[in-house]
Design a protein around this ligand. Structure first.
Ligand code: GLC
Length: 641
């Protein structure tokens, strides 16, 4: 700490001490309460019911709002929100909150900007975190976070619910693509780089966080990423030594190394204990060992879920007591007023001392102070920032990240890069060959991803990228057919069309993988690739033409190893974002030398999951895992233009 920090903290503490001395119990409880925007809007609209908001403001002094997609609210079912609409809404909410606040305490709004400001229209969409990690280059994590913060702050929102710091060892898990892969060191370095990008450097509230930086959220603390069943929000059984060796370091680095301002708590259970009730991890470890001074916010409805999901509490009151005793600061209630109403009764009854409220309220007010919300509660319609949303340089940064993430895993006889001396007729096929929607995955326009490409104001599919690169020469003839659409019954006619075109091609590039998904709706029971996509690949390989397999997927879906080995080349593209199509095309054509490396294990059979669990073995020419952490090739022969 230097003198500047000490002066800042001294001024902050004086301000907060004074403010807290004037606050009522109800105001303090209001600061600990976060509601979803859909408590203020009618379904699928973004019109704020100002009467409801004023009631919440004057009666419960609600201190925070969010719009999580689960409630089918703004981000869930309504397309990208224009920056002007966001700004109007945030201004409206803040105006009424401040009017209702006896001590003029501004509200803080939080948003899931997880790979760019994915709910802000025109914002640049980066590769999801497994792709970021595949670059093994922390600069990309910092740049992506800086631009994500800028585009979120530009619409008046100073709190981003990112980065995910879970360790991606369970490939079945619907959210593995939100992690920086399976290695604690990689996740620690990439995560801390992201925290610095979001917050404009180290923080932990000892210096201001000035626009266009935002306060970030190290989530989901912790052990959430390894559900034994692979299903989201189900029990994780992780020995203490493993917890500390694999699952805690990325949070420790984000907090102690980069000063993450908030953490969001794991919705699940670890070793039979819901994290929201764990005094050991939420207080002894988080506050004691890691010296975290920021705000611990629950995840969605996680206090009431102690009653109806985890069954550790017999009533809402018991659940609130368990969570407060464990060490939560703010409840993401977020769909009703249960938390403030019941907590007020508990304080009145003397079961919760005011001093417990003060512990959390101080942290929350410190957060708002560090963000300058008391001086500037209203979004600064700083055109200079708003106008930069989606600027070319941001999109070029996203393309550069995608470029460095693409991982070449197999390249027989240097079939890649495609060379006009040996290849003229290229067939591009597969369900993600011409899909920007699939390149982006979940948390894109909508929680579960976009419904169609037209919802993206920007973006380049692999097909478009390939045509752009080759159209100025007649060296190559590009043909395209989808071959198979994911999620529909087998369509042999469509597959036959692809096989027919393959016969007259010199090389077949097939792009398969997954549809967009997020969280529990994305749960699967089997890691195997969609059998129809396997069928398409098998029938294309059977033509005898060289096949280049490109995987666009959230999870390393399993393919028959022998089939993969029979492909001429294999590229893992992860979820490269809207700007990912052209980088993939540039790598295919040799304009870029691939440099990505696998940040997670690519299993060869269901059941074999990431380090530290798998055991590499080979039998009958098949090795398991199919590809290992750190695998990745570069071209030794290339025709850079
Ligand atoms: C969701 C997610 C969390 C997100 C929060 C708010 O359920 O678990 O990552 O930040 O709710 O949308």
């Amino acid at each position: 700490l230097n003198q500047e920090n000490i002066n800042f903290m001294s001024a902050r503490d004086t301000f907060v001490d004074n403010l807290m001395s004037k606050m009522s119990i109800a105001e303090k409880i209001g600061q600990m309460t976060q509601l979803d925007i859909t408590t203020l809007t009618s379904p699928n609209t973004i019109t704020i019911n100002e009467t409801t908001l004023a009631y919440y403001a004057k009666t419960y002094y609600i201190g925070s709002y969010l719009n999580s997609p689960v409630s089918g609210g703004l981000a869930g079912d309504i397309h990208h929100i224009n920056s002007s609409v966001w700004l109007d809404m945030i201004n409206t909410i803040q105006n009424i909150v401040m009017e209702g606040s006896p001590n003029k305490i501004p509200m803080i709004y939080g948003l899931d900007s997880v790979h760019g400001a994915n709910y802000v229209h025109k914002a640049t969409l980066f590769p999801h975190n497994t792709g970021l990690a595949a670059t093994f280059n922390t600069e990309h994590a910092t740049t992506a976070a800086q631009i994500t913060s800028k585009d979120t702050v530009a619409v008046g929102i100073p709190w981003v619910f990112a980065p995910v710091l879970g360790i991606g060892v369970q490939p079945l898990w619907a959210r593995i693509y939100e992690t920086f892969g399976e290695d604690p060191y990689v996740a620690s370095m990439m995560g801390a780089a992201a925290v610095r990008g979001f917050q404009g450097g180290n923080n932990s509230f000892d210096t201001p966080i000035n626009a266009p930086s935002a306060v970030c959220t190290a989530k989901h603390y912790f052990g959430y990423s390894d559900p034994t069943s692979g299903k989201d929000r189900t029990a994780a059984w992780i020995p203490e030594r493993m917890l500390r060796r694999y699952f805690l370091p990325s949070f420790a680095e984000a907090i102690t190394g980069a000063g993450a301002g908030t953490i969001m708590i794991n919705s699940g259970e670890v070793n039979g204990v819901p994290m929201h009730t764990s005094y050991k991890y939420l207080t002894e470890v988080l506050r004691g060992e890691l010296q975290f001074e920021g705000v611990a916010v629950t995840d969605w409805q996680d206090i009431e879920k102690l009653v109806y999901f985890h069954h550790t509490a017999g009533s809402a009151e018991e659940a609130i007591m368990q969570a407060l005793d464990a060490g939560i600061d703010m409840s993401m209630v977020p769909l009703d007023l249960s938390f403030p109403v019941i907590l007020a009764e508990m304080v009145a009854a003397g079961t919760v001392p005011e001093s417990r409220l003060d512990l959390s309220v101080r942290r929350i007010l410190n957060l708002k102070y560090a963000l300058g919300l008391f001086d500037n509660p209203y979004p600064n319609p700083n055109a200079a920032i708003v106008d930069t949303i989606g600027q070319v340089s941001d999109r070029e940064a996203a393309a550069a990240t995608a470029e460095e993430s693409i991982t070449l895993l197999q390249n027989k006889n240097n079939i890649l890069p495609l060379n006009s001396n040996t290849v003229k007729n290229i067939l591009l096929t597969g369900p993600s060959a011409d899909s920007i929607r699939n390149l982006n995955g979940g948390w894109s326009v909508h929680w579960q991803g976009a419904y169609e490409d037209s919802e993206f104001p920007f973006g380049t599919s692999i097909l478009t990228g390939l045509r752009e690169i080759t159209n100025d020469t007649d060296d190559f003839n590009i043909q395209y057919t989808i071959g198979h659409e994911i999620g529909v019954p087998t369509n042999q006619t469509s597959i036959d069309e692809a096989v027919e075109l393959a016969q007259s091609s010199d090389v077949v590039v097939v792009v398969i993988g997954e549809l967009p998904e997020a969280e529990t709706p994305g749960d699967i029971y089997d890691l195997s690739m969609d059998p129809n996509e396997v069928l398409l690949l098998e029938q294309l390989v059977a033509t005898g033409k060289p096949v280049v397999l490109i995987l666009v997927e959230a999870r390393p879906r399993i393919l028959p190893p022998a089939l993969v080995y029979s492909c001429a080349a294999v590229l893992m593209a992860y979820l490269p974002g809207s700007e990912g199509g052209k980088p993939i095309a540039n790598i295919l054509m040799g304009n870029v030398n691939p440099s990505g490396r696998l940040p997670l294990t690519y299993p060869g059979t269901t059941g074999d999951i990431g380090v530290p669990y798998y055991h590499k073995y080979s039998e009958n020419g098949v090795t398991n895992p199919l590809f290992q952490f750190g695998d990745g090739l570069s071209y030794t022969v290339f025709n850079y233009t």
